[in-house]
Write a protein that binds this ligand. Structure first.
Ligand SMILES: Nc1ncnc2c1ncn2[C@@H]1O[C@H](COP(=O)(O)OP(=O)(O)O)[C@@H](O)[C@H]1O
Ligand SMILES: [Mg+2]
Length: 148
């Protein structure tokens, strides 16, 4: 799947939240967004921005025990964190396939842990530390979805 790439340089957590709002504005129900990046690269911070865009009733948090958080907003936001997953098939048993067709947006942290289950045509973010408060965010958008 050909994906168009662009890069956003974030200089603060607030800028990453604002970027999350901007990207959320491009999403449609049932879209999947794969969030790659090391610990503290800003994946959950980005999801906070998505929640703000959709007027969600909760702010995004890193789930301690749950793998899947659902936030109620204008459309449902399914926030999946695969960090603690023991086996990729565990996510299937938790109803992953149903979340893909539930009319919400699906945001996945540590998608590499469930690579085989990630839809090929999903949008991808790759987040990297470039300094204490700066992050490079590479965005890959499937070409058929391009709005440029
Ligand atoms: N430019 C930035 N973008 C995102 N987070 C930042 C940035 N600068 C500093 N931070 C801080 O880095 C941490 C990122 O945490 P979090 O979003 O939970 O990361 P992850 O979910 O990738 O593990 C937060 O404490 C946040 O305040
Ligand atoms: Mg996180």
């Amino acid at each position: 799947m050909n994906k168009e790439k662009f890069t956003f340089e974030s200089k603060s957590a607030e800028a990453t939240i604002a970027f999350g709002k901007q990207i959320a504005a491009r999403l449609k129900p049932n879209d999947v967004l794969a969030l790659y990046g090391d610990l503290a690269s800003g994946k959950t911070t980005f999801v906070k921005g998505v929640n703000l865009f959709y007027h969600a009733d909760q702010t995004a948090t890193s789930p301690t025990f749950t793998l899947i958080n659902e936030y109620r907003g204008d459309i449902p936001i399914f926030h999946i964190d695969c960090y603690r997953l023991r086996h990729p098939d565990e996510i299937i048993m938790l109803g992953f396939e149903d979340y893909l067709n539930a009319g919400g947006v699906v945001l996945i942290e540590w998608p590499e842990r469930i690579e085989a289950h990630i839809p090929q045509n999903c949008m991808e973010l790759h987040m990297k530390h470039t300094g204490k408060h700066s992050r490079q965010i590479d965005v890959y958008i499937p070409e058929k979805r391009s709005v440029k």
